[in-house]
Design a binder for this molecule. Sequence first.
Ligand SMILES: *Cc1c(COP(=O)(O)O)cnc(C)c1O
Length: 403
Amino acid sequence: MSAGHASAGTTGDSTRSVHAGQPPARAYEPSLPGPVFVSHYHLPGEAAGPYLYGRDENPTWERLEQAIAELERPGGAGESEGAGGGEGAGGGEGGEGGEAVTLAFASGMAAVSAVLLSQVRAGQAVVLPSDCYQTTRALRERLESYGVEVRLAPTAGDAQLDVLDGAALLWLETPSNPELDVCDIRRLSEAAHAAGALVAVDNTLATPLGQRPLELGADFSVSSGTKALSGHGDLLLGYVTVRDPRLAAGVRAWRKTVGAIPGPMEAWLAHRSLATLALRVDRQSANALALANALLDRPEVTGVRHPGLPTDPSHAVAAAQMRRFGSVVSFTLPDQAHAERFLGALRLTVEATSFGSVQSTAERRARWGGDAVPPGFVRFSVGIEDAADIVADVLQALDAAAR
Ligand SMILES: *Cc1c(COP(=O)(O)O)cnc(C)c1O
């Protein structure tokens, strides 16, 4: 099977990650052509398309967008590994193996705001999770200043169901960052569509190999590519994947007018990183579970959360809709000082915000304010180091912090 076709839909996640978005193999050409740095294209006479101006289109973005669309679109490999449960996503159009369009953005927030601000108008209502990524919640003020009503409800227990009435857009984030609650995407999508609302899912934590929101009925899958998708902590990027071409056109027009475009170098680096996505996410998920289990044995640690933990309150829903549970483990130490001693005593793990990198990182989340978490709450992003080394580092740091 030649490159460029291997990703066509029936192959496994690792195979698709390696081949996604690569052009067909051609003699003496690289498998992934280098980044195209360009602002203007030559436009002789009345020439029109495919490339007119660097803010509108770029072949390096297009290859990345093609790759992400292949991973995010409904159907394809690994189907029904999670319960996923049944056909015909609530979204109606398309079903198994549907097509999808991805648009890349300068950052996750550029992608989040592109959907929120392009899809709702003054007088309409948006439902946001009260516990989602705090910068997404910060858009509330902007939306309200434009005359959009913003309603908040927690992720856990599908509580957003209760405030859907008359809403135009339902925003989900599952698992939520940083508290790792999970909601039932299919159930919420069906209810939202019945109420006439569109559904967007922030899929950053899961990545498309952990969960495919469009297959579960959502209209938009939105992500920060800064995190696990690119996975090396070396770039910022975002994307929106949509099935409905009209919705895609609206998001594309937004990107053009706002100009929130990715740099070609970032797009290329992210595409290059996709080849190892399955390896990274598999290892991170396994390592995260090992760490979560080790933390359960520590008396000073409370509230250990990871959707892959069989005892986690989110596990049943997560197991039904996710195929990999992601890199993040959260837990709480007795107080701020204890958490700071712990973070300071880590040797392998870097104290940093963000998550999903090949390198383990951790932070005391309350340092930023804005999240309803205790002062000793730690968000730990597990890297691809050896599980035994990560666990040993955490245990020695916990010992040091207890003294
Ligand atoms: C980081 C993050 C974002 C924003 O992404 P940036 O690339 O930092 O702009 C959005 N949603 C979630 C869940 C995130 O973790």
